[in-house]
Design a protein. Structure first.
Length: 469
C-alpha cells in the first residue's frame, strides 16, 4: 500500500491561515528576542575608568574606619566595618587574599565581577554599574595581613560611550515597533496585493471586458488566494464562452430567419396577384404575421449588435423636444383604434448631443410598450423637462402596473410577466441599450394612483463622450 503525504497542506506557508499564524508568531518571537537581547546587553555593561580630581579630593577627605589598630581577627574587622558603614555616607569594603569581600551592605553579584576586573588593572580605578560607583583598590595592612580597600558611593563617571539604541528606552521601543511593523507590512502586502488584483479584474468584468483575467503572480501562489485566482479565471473564461455563444446565436438565428422571410414576402406578392378575391383575407393575415416577424428579426439584429458592441453611433446636435413630438404624433395615430388619450407636456428647445435614430427608437419602444398595456379609453401622459444638466422624459400609463420585485427585469431581453402577455420582449431592452450608449439611465416605477411609469435621464451637451461601438 503506497502512502502519500500532501506536503502542501502540512506546509504552513501553503495557506493564508498558516502565513498569518506564522508571521505573527515570528514577529512576537523577534520582539521578545530583541527585548531580551537589549536588556541583557544593558545589564552586562559596566564602566571602569581612571579617577578624576573630584575622586582624588574625596579620597583625601573621606574618613577611614578605625581598623588598623585591630588584630587580624576577621570577625572584629567585619564588625568594625559594619558599624562604620552604617553611620557613614560612604562605605568601605575590604577584599582579602582569598577574594572574599568584607563589609555591609552586600553589593550585587555584578559588582563583584566589576571589582575583580578593577583589581586586575594597575592603579586606583573608578567602576560604575547602574547607580553603583566604587573606587579602588587601595592596599593597606590590618593586623599584619594585607587587604585591598574599595570605597563605595563616590561621584559617578562621565556618561559612557554606549550605542544610542542601548542607552535609550525610547529608541528600544522604536526598534521593537520597527521590527513588528515591518513584519506586519510584509504580511499585509502579501494578502492585499492579490485581493486588489481580483477586485480590479472583477470590475473590468462587470464593465463588459470579458477577456480580463487575474493571471500573473496571483495564479502562481500555492495558497488559498492562488486557488481563488485560478478559479476566478476559469469562471471568467466560462462566462466569456457562454456570452459569446449567446451573442453568436442571436446574430446567426436572426440572419438565418431573414432569408426565408424575404422569400415568403416575395411569394406572398406573387400569390396575391394571381389569387381569387376570397383569399384576400387570409393573405392579409399572412402579411401581418410576416410584418411582425420582420419587426422581431430587426429588433433581434439590433439587440445582437448592441450585445456585440457593433452598434455604431452617429451623434449629432439635435433638438430632443422635436424628436419627442414626432414620436408622440405617431403614437397618437396608433392610439385612435383603442380610444387612448395621449397628453404631453414638452419643454421647448431641449438641445442634446446624440444619435437621432437610436433615441427615436428608444422613446418609441417605451411608448409602444405603454400603449400595449393601456386599457381602452385610458390615458397616456408624456413629459419632457430639462433641469440640472439633464433631460428627463417620463412616460406613464394607466395599466395594471408591475410587481415591485419585477421592475428591474422589465428591461431583460424576452422577459414577460406571464405567458398571456403579447410582444417579443425586446423593445425595453433595446431602449435600455440605446439610453446607456448615451451615458443616460432608464428606470421603471409604479405610480401610487395605478399604472407604470418609465423615466429616461439623458445628459445634455455630451459632445465627444458617447460610447462608440
Amino acid at each position: 500500500m503506497k502512502f502519500s503525504v500532501n506536503w502542501r497542506k502540512i506546509n504552513p506557508l501553503g495557506s493564508v491561515f498558516g502565513k498569518i499564524w506564522l508571521s505573527f508568531w515570528v514577529t512576537l518571537l523577534l520582539i521578545v528576542l530583541a527585548v531580551a537581547f537589549v536588556s541583557h546587553q544593558v545589564a552586562q555593561v559596566y564602566q571602569i575608568g581612571a579617577p578624576n580630581a573630584s575622586h582624588i579630593g574625596l579620597l583625601n577627605r573621606v574618613k577611614l574606619p578605625n581598623i588598623d589598630r585591630l588584630a587580624s581577627d576577621r570577625q572584629e574587622i567585619i564588625d568594625e566595618l559594619d558599624r562604620f558603614n552604617s553611620e557613614s555616607r560612604f562605605q568601605w569594603y575590604l577584599v582579602d587574599d582569598t577574594y572574599h569581600l568584607l563589609g555591609t551592605p552586600k553589593p550585587p553579584r555584578r559588582i563583584l565581577v566589576m571589582l575583580s576586573e578593577m583589581m586586575e588593572l594597575e592603579g586606583v580605578k573608578v567602576g560604575q554599574w547602574r547607580q553603583e560607583t566604587w573606587m579602588g583598590p587601595i592596599t593597606m595592612s590590618v593586623g599584619g595581613d594585607m587587604y585591598r580597600m574599595f570605597l563605595r558611593g563616590v561621584p559617578a563617571l562621565p556618561p559612557p560611550n554606549l550605542p544610542l539604541w542601548l542607552d535609550s528606552q525610547w529608541l528600544r521601543a522604536i526598534f521593537a515597533l520597527f521590527v513588528s511593523g515591518g513584519m506586519a507590512l510584509v504580511l499585509a502586502w502579501s494578502i492585499t496585493r492579490p485581493i486588489a488584483r481580483l477586485r480590479r479584474v472583477s470590475r473590468q468584468l462587470a464593465g463588459g471586458s470579458l477577456d480580463a483575467r487575474v493571471g500573473g503572480a496571483v495564479n502562481k501562489r500555492a495558497d488559498e488566494l492562488g486557488d481563488l485566482g485560478r478559479d476566478f479565471d476559469e469562471m471568467a473564461e466560462r462566462l466569456q464562452q457562454l456570452v459569446s455563444a449567446q451573442q453568436r446565436l442571436l446574430s446567426n438565428v436572426s440572419h438565418e430567419l431573414r432569408s426565408p422571410l424575404t422569400r415568403l414576402q416575395v411569394a406572398l406578392g406573387i400569390v396575391r396577384q394571381k389569387a381569387p378575391a376570397d383569399l384576400e383575407t387570409a393573405l392579409s393575415r399572412i402579411e401581418r404575421e410576416s410584418d411582425r416577424l420582420e419587426s422581431l428579426i430587426a429588433q433581434v439584429l439590433k439587440l445582437s449588435r448592441f450585445e456585440n458592441e457593433m452598434q455604431h453611433l452617429e451623434p449629432a446636435q439635435l433638438q430632443l423636444d422635436d424628436l419627442v413630438r414626432h414620436v408622440v404624433e405617431d403614437a397618437r395615430f396608433e392610439s385612435k383604434a383603442h380610444n387612448i388619450l395621449i397628453t404631453d407636456q414638452i419643454d421647448s428647445t431641449v438641445n442634446i448631443w446624440g444619435d437621432p435614430q437610436l433615441l427615436h427608437s428608444a422613446i418609441d419602444n417605451v411608448i409602444r410598450n405603454a400603449l400595449r398595456f393601456s386599457p381602452e379609453n385610458g390615458e397616456l401622459s408624456i413629459h419632457l423637462t430639462a433641469r440640472k444638466g439633464e433631460a428627463l422624459i417620463e412616460i406613464c400609463d394607466q395599466g395594471p402596473g408591475v410587481p415591485e420585485d419585477k421592475l428591474e427585469r422589465l428591461f431583460d431581453p424576452f422577459y414577460r410577466l406571464d405567458q398571456s402577455n403579447s410582444g417579443a420582449g425586446l423593445g425595453l431592452n433595446i431602449a435600455r441599450h440605446a439610453v446607456t450608449a448615451h451615458k443616460g439611465d432608464i428606470r421603471a416605477y409604479n405610480r401610487p394612483e395605478g399604472g407604470l411609469c418609465v423615466r429616461i435621464r439623458l445628459p445634455l451637451n455630451q459632445h465627444g463622450r458617447l460610447r462608440q461601438g
